[in-house]
Each structure stands twice: as structure tokens, then as C-alpha cells.
Design a protein around this ligand. Structure first.
Ligand SMILES: NC(=O)c1ccc[n+]([C@@H]2O[C@H](COP(=O)([O-])OP(=O)(O)OC[C@H]3O[C@@H](n4cnc5c(N)ncnc54)[C@H](OP(=O)(O)O)[C@@H]3O)[C@@H](O)[C@H]2O)c1
Length: 291
């Protein structure tokens, strides 16, 4: 069965192309993986939950689809995932894994956990895969409208003093947009873009939100109010990821998309100096940790 959605990618044939979808064991990532598989891609499924990962591979059916476990709080595990994926010639990387984390804590790398999992780990993975992407390759960063109103606050990235889960989440999602922007300038051929998938009311992400934020998000999402444009399902939320991963001749790179159309992100997400500062911070942090 072909995906019935995706702004004109229904007839695209991805046979012979390998895509890595991170966080594909549940939610939006799982639906992205299944939709890309229906278009003929060989899908590399990433997550932490082995049973869920293997179930997605089974559901993908015939082909060289495979699962690899890696905890994004562990940079060595991310290196292992990158090495495993590189051996399989990926053409597309969908940086989807991530979430909202209530408790503030630091990872072994001394980085605030949300920022580490949602930005630093995908930054490392992308750096390792960048050299092997073909000219028509794609990097797709799953961000969020929650990036609006956020600021990078570099001084907060190695601290959990006064931790706010929502502020940390918004900051990491701003980083996803800035990362795609800075990456686009470094890729000669492949396109790198970020997106907002839409808010899925029953998703793991929304369930993790504190009750007051969850109510506002769910209500606003249900009303399809901007900035929290609601969608009915994780499959619907996967549409823009599928579009950016599969649309032939995609002209845009370094852009931000919502509902399969380009849209201006927040001013802070269009700040090239901030994008470069983030790049330097990320590279130096990895270097300091031996990566
Ligand atoms: N749902 C929404 O309404 C919404 C709105 C805007 C943006 N987003 C973004 O969409 C993306 C997917 O969200 P979702 O709602 O589909 O979330 P979800 O159902 O909670 O799935 C999150 C995925 O990320 C993986 N993951 C989480 N923490 C990880 C870690 N430390 N290491 C490795 N993998 C990890 C999970 O793997 P395991 O379960 O195997 O551990 C799972 O596959 C996220 O980037 C989120 O910020 C979601």
C-alpha cells in the first residue's frame, strides 16, 4: 500500500535508497519509517526499545531493513550507530529521535540532557554520515514550533540550575533549525531542512508534558491554532518528514517546513551568527569529549 499522503510523493520510488530514521520505534518516527518503506526505501530503524524496533522492522516486511539500538545520551553509542549506518550507504538521514524531559540533569559529557539528546547526538550522527551522503541525499531535522520564543542561552547548556523542561525543549528545537541552516552551507549537493510535524494529542511527547502545558498544547492543537497546529495522528505528523526525505528535486536547503510547505521560522532561527556559534559550540563539546 502506498502512503496516501505526503504532498505529491505518493508515486516516488525509493527503491535502492537507504534511509536512517532515528527514534523510529514509536510515534512520528515509526510512521515516517513505515511510509518511507512503503515507497520502496531500505529503512534503518533506530531507537532504544529493541522489541519495538524489531516490530517495526517486521512490519516493514521484505528487504534489508534493520534495527540498531543507541541511547542518544551516550556519545559512544551514537558513534556505533553512525558506523553501522555508514556501512549501509545511507542517502537520507531523518533526525527525529528526541523528546521533552521534565527533570534537569547532565549527561556524562557534562551537557544538559535535553540539549544532548535532541541536538548534540544528532549533530554528531550527522557529522559522521555527512561524508557518505550522495549528491541528492537529504538530512531532515524534526524540530517544533516550540522553537519560537526560545533562545540558545549558551550558559545554560552545561548547567541545570533553574531547569525548566519547556525552556530546555524549545532551546533544543531552535538548535534543530539552526543546525539545518548551518549544515546547508556545508553540504555540496545534499539538502538539509528542518520541520514542525504538528502536535499529536495522544503522542508520547505530549503525554510527557506537565499537566498545565499539556492542556494548553492539546487544546490549542485541537483547535488547530497557531503556533500549535494540531494533527490527528502520528501518521499525519510524519507527512512533512516523508515529503522532505522523498520529494524529488527538492529545491530548498536550510529551510523550515510545516505541513509540507516552507515557512519562515522565528527570527532567532534565521540568525546565521547564532547558527555558526552553535556549530562551534557543538564541535568543541564533542572534541572535548574525545569525539
Ligand atoms: N508529538 C508531537 O506532538 C510533536 C510535536 C512537535 C515536535 N515533535 C518532535 O517529533 C519527534 C518525535 O516525537 P514523538 O512525539 O513521535 O515522540 P515519541 O513517540 O516519544 O518517540 C520518540 C522517539 O525518540 C526515541 N528517543 C527518545 N529518547 C531517546 C534517547 N535518549 N536515545 C535514543 N532515542 C531516544 C524513542 O526511542 P525509544 O522509545 O525506543 O526509547 C522514540 O523512538 C521529536 O523530535 C519531537 O520533539 C513532536
Amino acid at each position: 500500500m502506498k502512503p496516501e499522503y505526503g504532498a505529491g510523493v505518493e508515486e516516488v520510488d525509493l527503491s535502492g535508497r537507504t534511509v536512517l530514521v532515528t527514534g523510529a520505534t514509536s510515534g512520528i518516527g515509526r510512521e515516517t519509517a513505515l511510509a518511507l518503506g512503503r515507497l520502496g526505501a531500505t529503512v534503518l530503524v533506530h531507537g532504544r526499545n529493541r522489541d519495538a524496533g524489531r516490530a517495526v522492522v517486521d512490519e516493514l516486511g521484505d528487504g534489508d531493513h534493520a534495527f540498531r539500538r543507541a541511547d542518544f545520551a551516550d556519545l559512544d553509542a551514537v558513534e556505533g550507530l553512525a558506523e553501522w549506518a555508514r556501512e549501509r550507504d545511507p542517502a537520507v538521514l531523518v533526525n527525529n529521535a528526541g523528546g521533552y524531559f521534565r527533570e534537569g540533569r547532565l549527561t556524562d559529557a557534562g551537557v544538559e540532557y535535553t540539549f544532548h539528546v535532541n541536538h548534540l547526538a544528532p549533530f554528531l550522527l550527522t557529522e559522521r554520515l555527512r561524508p557518505v551522503l550522495p549528491d541528492d541525499g537529504r538530512v531532515v531535522n524534526v524540530s517544533s514550533e516550540a522553537h519560537r520564543g526560545a533562545s540558545l542561552e549558551f550558559e545554560s547548556l552545561r548547567s541545570v540550575d533553574g531547569y525548566s523542561g519547556w525552556r530546555a525543549y524549545g532551546r533544543s528545537k531552535l538548535a534543530n533549525v539552526l543546525h539545518a541552516r548551518a549544515l546547508a552551507g556545508r553540504l555540496d549537493g545534499p539538502a538539509a531542512n528542518a520541520l514542525h510535524p504538528g502536535v499529536v494529542p495522544g503522542s508520547g511527547f505530549v503525554r510527557n508534558l506537565p499537566a498545565p502545558v499539556r492542556s494548553v498544547v492539546s487544546l490549542a492543537g485541537g483547535l488547530a491554532a497557531v503556533p500549535f497546529v494540531g494533527v490527528d495522528s502520528a501518521a499525519e505528523a510524519a507527512q512533512t518528514s516523508v515529503y522532505l526525505a522523498a520529494a524529488p528535486g527538492l529545491a530548498t536547503t536550510g529551510g523550515y517546513f510545516d505541513d509540507c510547505a516552507e515557512r519562515a521560522p522565528a527570527a532567532a532561527a534565521q540568525d546565521d551568527r547564532a547558527a555558526e556559534r552553535l556549530w562551534t559550540w557543538s564541535a568543541e563539546t564533542l572534541d572535548r569529549n574525545g569525539h
